[in-house]
Design a protein around this ligand. Structure first.
Ligand SMILES: CC(=O)N[C@H]1[C@@H](OP(=O)(O)OP(=O)(O)OC[C@H]2O[C@@H](n3ccc(=O)[nH]c3=O)[C@H](O)[C@@H]2O)O[C@H](CO)[C@@H](O)[C@@H]1O
Length: 356
């Protein structure tokens, strides 16, 4: 197959960026490509894409998400920045001329998709959450295919059914064995291994609850190991006082650890949920109540239905409840559901267009 020219956008948080990484890894296994990536300046995609894809042409856009309610006066300068960003995107896409644009959503996709549509570039969109994001819903009409991660999302997208594909949420490949990974953190592979995170940005609620849980575990002489991503340097240093905890402000490729964990304690960001599903791992899930349309609660319920999740609402969260949930989840049998792959559909689409 010839070398493809691919444009991507999707970032701001790990939950939007890592599905893009996973898909690019898959495409890279099938064919070579040149990559143009539109990033949100200063965010995780902007900081990581050159390391993850050496040789990428990166276009950082200075953007913020719209405030709620949408008619807030504060949105006027934000809308202006989106208009300026669109001009920049039009120039980059005109120079690069990609075969297609893939978007994993978020506010950056608004100017990027609009520009790609004007230039008649085929567009593919991926939605990670069970409740579709507002930008994705609005942009859906421009997509050749709209990929969804949960069956129930189909009803929310105004597109003919044949252009909506239940694909799951692409998950990064993990390369390390349990022994190798735990050894890297100086932990024994004999003991139960629990991963704690609050999405890609960290959660002070989860940090505080787990700190109290660690106190309980220390008092009760329960032996297990924790790898904890705090999103906060101070907290990470603080938690190191527990000999059974390895804590960091951020951990690159935490999905590798999730893949070999016995249990995960987490928010219900769609990408962590997908990693749990894909690797058949279990999670105690505390949905973030501030998520748009409460989408994290819906993500969490989907995991619970698969028998992989134990949902605790933030308002009910106590270290004792965590302790009980942990005991229950560490002994429960689990199911497994592998996702289908957007890579097949996109490459088929490109080849089909070329053979017409
Ligand atoms: C606060 C916020 O807006 N959260 C949203 C954001 O996800 P957000 O980035 O908060 O969380 P997700 O759980 O979706 O994704 C986190 C990703 O970061 C990785 N990770 C995390 C910590 C770490 O130290 N290292 C690491 O690699 C995880 O393995 C996972 O791949 O987008 C998701 C997908 O649209 C939404 O469902 C979330 O509601």
């Amino acid at each position: 197959m010839r070398k493809l020219k691919i444009a991507f956008c999707g970032g701001g948080t790990g939950g939007h960026y890592y599905p893009a990484v996973a898909l690019l890894q898959e495409i890279g296994k099938r064919t070579d490509f040149d990559l143009l990536y539109f990033t949100v300046k200063g965010k995780i995609d902007d900081r990581s894409v050159e390391r993850d894809f050496p040789g990428v042409s990166k276009v950082p856009l200075e953007l913020r998400g719209l405030l709620r309610p949408l008619y807030s006066p504060g949105n006027i300068p934000i809308l202006f920045s989106h208009m300026m960003a669109k001009k920049q995107v039009l120039r980059s896409l005109t120079d690069f001329r990609p075969d297609f644009l893939f978007s994993t959503g978020g506010y950056i996709s608004f100017p990027v998709i609009k520009a790609a549509h004007e230039l008649k570039i085929p567009i593919f969109i991926h939605e990670q959450n069970s409740i579709a994001g507002i930008t994705n819903k609005r942009m859906a009409k421009y997509a050749e295919y709209f990929f969804i991660s949960f069956e129930e999302t189909a009803g929310e997208v105004k597109l003919p059914a044949e252009r909506i594909v239940l694909s799951g949420n692409p998950v990064r490949e993990s390369t390390k064995s349990r022994e190798e990974l735990l050894k890297g953190f100086g932990l024994s592979s004999e003991l139960p291994f629990v991963v704690v995170l609050g999405g890609s940005l960290g959660s002070s609620v989860i940090n505080d609850a787990c700190e109290k849980l660690y106190d309980l575990l220390e008092e009760s002489n329960v032996f297990m190991n924790f790898l904890h991503s705090t999103g906060d340097e101070e907290k990470a240093k603080d938690l190191l006082r527990f000999p059974f905890v390895r804590s960091f402000a951020y951990i690159e490729n935490l999905s590798d650890a999730i893949a070999v964990s016995d249990l995960v304690i987490s928010r219900a960001g769609a990408t962590t949920i997908a990693e749990l599903q894909y690797h058949g791992r279990k999670g105690i899930i505390i949905p973030w109540p501030g998520a748009a349309e409460n989408h994290q609660l819906h993500n969490a319920i989907s995991l619970e239905r698969l028998g992989l999740g134990y949902v605790i609402l933030e308002s009910d969260l106590t270290p004792e409840k965590l302790f009980v949930a942990m005991q229950e989840m560490l002994v429960k049998d689990i199911g497994y559901m592998p996702p289908r792959r957007p890579v097949d559909i996109i490459l088929d689409y490109i080849l089909r267009e070329e053979s017409i």
